[in-house]
Design a protein around this ligand. Sequence first.
Ligand SMILES: Cc1c2[nH]c(c1CCC(=O)O)Cc1[nH]c(c(CCC(=O)O)c1C)Cc1[nH]c(c(CCC(=O)O)c1C)Cc1[nH]c(c(CCC(=O)O)c1C)C2
Length: 333
Amino acid sequence: MRQAGRYLPEFQEVRKEHSFFEVCQTPELACEVTLQPIRRFALDAAIIFSDILVVPQALGMQVDMVPGKGPSFPEPLAEPSDLEKLKKDVVASKDLKYVMDAITLTRHKLEGKCPLIGFSGAPWTLMSYMVEGGGSVTQSKAKRWLYVFPEASHQLLQLLTDVIVDYLVQQVMAGAQLLQLFESHAGVLGSAMFSKFALPYLRQISTRVKKNLEDQGCTPVPMVIFGKDAHHSMEELAESGYEVVGVDWTIKPQRARRMVGPSLTLQGNLDPCALYASNDDIGRYVKDMLQKFGTQRYIANLGHGMYPDMDPDHLKAFIDAVHMYSEDINANN
Ligand SMILES: Cc1c2[nH]c(c1CCC(=O)O)Cc1[nH]c(c(CCC(=O)O)c1C)Cc1[nH]c(c(CCC(=O)O)c1C)Cc1[nH]c(c(CCC(=O)O)c1C)C2
């Protein structure tokens, strides 16, 4: 339920008093808005309130949340020499301590009602924001870097990977019970560029996070890789060391299953805009989705984030339908 809070009136109330990053940086507020959807709905998990862009902030970049527009970097990376401006010695337990504090507080406040998910943006997705300076349809500035400055791109992607590994390990130590990595901009790369500039780093992250946790005597947690529009690389994502592959609504459930094989868990993939439909229709869409994915090795979810104008009652219809139809299917099997 990415960016879940936006459609809730109680979240908007908190946002009237506090800026977006103030909520992220204040553990009590981050905890409160994480719990808001849990109080309202029969959700099976909570995702810690934060944003993928706290990592570029920790690297020293300024990020503003512009109302009605989204995140904006006043000084994006323009050329390779700008990499020198980035902080090289980021320590997640210090520079992103507020996220760990929010996770620990939220784990306590959840009192075991449901598990808590930690997350990070994946290296290519974060690099694209840092070069574009905000959202972009074409990602042409960021893609230009890959073609014109491949070495500097790898340097930046490796720096991001090192920070993300430390960040995710710390989130588990602070109490996160599952980790999700968002490769939201997978779709603008073709398979060749994705293999070169995204996959090696995604593999490094899953391998190193698990190993670091084991080395510190911690049991590794399941990890989810969500690649938006990642049709071109589903098989490769399935082999990149994650237990769960998240899929958006543009991929047929049966095709996703064929591409990732029988042993991984799939997550997704209702079109978030289906929540504009009537509650009866939402029930029908959910039933169809569950029949296609089946109820085993599967996490029912939307295929991407919700929009601010969506009706909370329609999300309730989605969640209740997931529980009702999956219980039906299980009872008849
Ligand atoms: C998991 C998560 C995210 N953001 C937020 C959460 C917290 C959990 C939740 O509330 O569900 C809060 C979260 N993040 C944001 C909001 C809205 C801000 C507000 O108005 O209060 C919220 C609640 C702002 C935000 N932050 C971002 C955007 C997209 C910008 C673009 O490319 O055009 C936007 C609009 C970047 C972002 N942020 C995130 C992603 C990955 C998922 C995805 O693909 O959507 C991305 C790409 C992840």
